[in-house]
Design a binder for this molecule. Structure first.
Ligand SMILES: O=P(O)(O)O[C@@H]1[C@H](O)[C@H](OP(=O)(O)O)[C@@H](O)[C@H](O)[C@H]1O
Ligand SMILES: [Zn+2]
Ligand SMILES: [Zn+2]
Length: 224
């Protein structure tokens, strides 16, 4: 186990080197892979990133924050449950009080984005509580970036199954194939789901199959 986690340690050293002039995305992505593949325990990984974040050198702290941001985006609940803990949120809040602007701004940005991203996840309430508490204490948070707005996209609905079209009740078979509307997740025949649309609130920027009623709803939303 130790051997494999050293791949993580090496990648973290590289990703947060004070000699870097810009983020070392290869190392950051290999850090995410190590966590996702279970090569390193999420708790160990977050503590290692935390140590880098606490380093006085603002460059190292910034690279640690960019690494943390990528881990939260790419490593799913494995890392979320570690980040969304009271202790880690307290640590970030302390850092905001003591660090210079770029580091402070980045932390505020992350707390805000995560608070939106986890708004429907009761087990990650610590993030939202921290965000609201800091707002009440007068911290000013930066405007949510477009890319982050995508990241806080809602989860698309699970696809439902069924033996007939939800809309016209035609029975599926060898010829009459099943299709799914990406907006409501209902199972539909090809006639009732022949239209396509983007679904921005799910972060779906390319046109995907939607049923007729969802097509109308999404089109009306666009025209508002
Ligand atoms: O092509 P098929 O063998 O019928 O398989 C169907 C297609 O993959 C449909 O994709 P689509 O919704 O993008 O059409 C999917 O919604 C159905 O669940 C599948 O049963
Ligand atoms: Zn139908
Ligand atoms: Zn639909």
């Amino acid at each position: 186990m130790f051997g494999r986690s050293s791949q993580f340690d090496k990648a973290l050293e590289k990703a947060t080197s004070q000699l870097l002039l810009e983020p070392d995305w290869d190392s950051i992505l290999s850090i995410c892979d190590c966590i996702r593949q279970g090569d390193v325990q999420p708790k160990y990984a977050l503590n290692a990133i935390k140590r880098k974040l606490a380093v006085d050198n603002p460059h190292v702290a910034m690279f640690a924050l960019q690494t943390l941001e990528s881990c939260v985006k790419n490593c799913t609940s494995l890392i979320h449950q570690e980040v969304a803990s009271k202790e880690f949120m307290e640590f970030l809040k302390e850092q905001v009080k003591t660090r210079p602007p770029p580091v402070k701004e980045k932390i505020l940005e992350l707390i805000q984005v995560w608070s939106h991203a986890f708004r429907n996840e009761p087990s990650y309430k610590a993030v939202q509580d921290t965000f609201h508490l800091m707002k009440m204490e007068g911290y000013t948070f930066p405007a949510l970036k477009e890319a982050d707005a995508m990241f806080v996209a809602e989860k698309a609905p699970e696809w439902k199954d069924g033996e007939c079209c939800t809309r016209c009740r035609v029975v599926f078979g060898v010829v009459q194939r099943k299709h799914h509307c990406r907006n409501c997740g209902e199972v539909m025949c090809s006639k009732c789901s022949s239209k396509v649309s983007t679904i921005p609130r799910f972060g779906i920027e390319r046109e995907v199959r939607v049923c007729d009623s969802c097509y109308e709803k999404l089109r009306d939303k666009k025209s508002t």
